[in-house]
Design a protein around this ligand. Structure first.
Ligand SMILES: [Zn+2]
Length: 221
């Protein structure tokens, strides 16, 4: 077997754990706690501080570009705020202009993730922190915001790859914070109380999306 083959056969869970914990104290903690337990409550363990290393991500496979700190607020979720919502957005612009907007300190908005039509996921704010995406403070505090690259009136922007990548991402969020994949917990920006935005719009296929998130949830993590 080639070296490459060996590398590929590494168990996926190890990769994911490395992504989430990235550091000290984890090996000892992992030795005493089951994996399910640890994925839910590791941050409650004494001596384990939440990792905040530059470039660290919450969704395996995502890219990372830091949003300007002016566009989000540091928090300690889910300890200080319970996370039980996902807010679905559409960027009304291209990928790069959306990334640039969230990097711009004068933009005053950001989302945790941007999903692109080819299935690429870019994370820009840690899930620990509160991104300014919903136009509603309490919704921001309880939710993870997912932007989708495209325009609300251009249904061809909502590709299979975009739905698939976003559904996998959303399923991981439901799993991490233990809430169900339904239309109470996964909402559109336009449905947020007080929102003056129309995204994701009429062409976003909610039935398909929720079904795909549930399928991803049912699949092994
Ligand atoms: Zn929006």
């Amino acid at each position: 077997m080639t070296e490459q083959g060996n590398a590929r056969s590494k168990p996926k869970s190890r990769t994911r754990r490395a992504v989430l914990f990235g550091g000290l104290g984890v090996v000892a903690a992992a030795a005493v706690a089951g994996r399910d337990e640890i994925s839910r409550a590791w941050w409650l363990m004494p001596g384990v501080s939440k990792p905040r290393k530059e470039g660290e991500i919450d969704h395996a496979g995502a890219g990372w570009t830091a949003a300007s700190p002016a566009n989000w607020r540091m928090a300690d979720r889910p300890d200080d705020y319970r996370v039980d919502r996902i807010v679905v957005h559409v960027t009304q612009g291209g990928f790069q202009s959306s990334v640039d907007a969230f990097k711009n300190p004068w933009h005053k908005a950001s989302a945790h993730y941007i999903v692109r039509g080819d299935g690429h996921v870019e994370q820009m704010v840690r899930e620990l922190d509160v991104a300014f995406h919903a136009g509603n403070r309490s919704m921001n505090e309880r939710s993870v915001g997912i932007e989708h690259v495209g325009f609300v009136d251009r249904p061809k922007d909502f590709t299979d790859a975009l739905y698939t990548a976003s559904a996998r991402l959303a399923a991981g969020i439901c799993r991490r914070y233990d809430f169900p994949a339904d239309r109470t917990h996964i909402v559109g920006h336009s449905e947020v109380p007080g929102a003056d935005h129309t995204d994701p719009g009429d062409h976003w296929d909610w039935d398909r999306y929720i079904r795909m998130v549930r399928e991803a949830l049912a699949a092994p993590a």
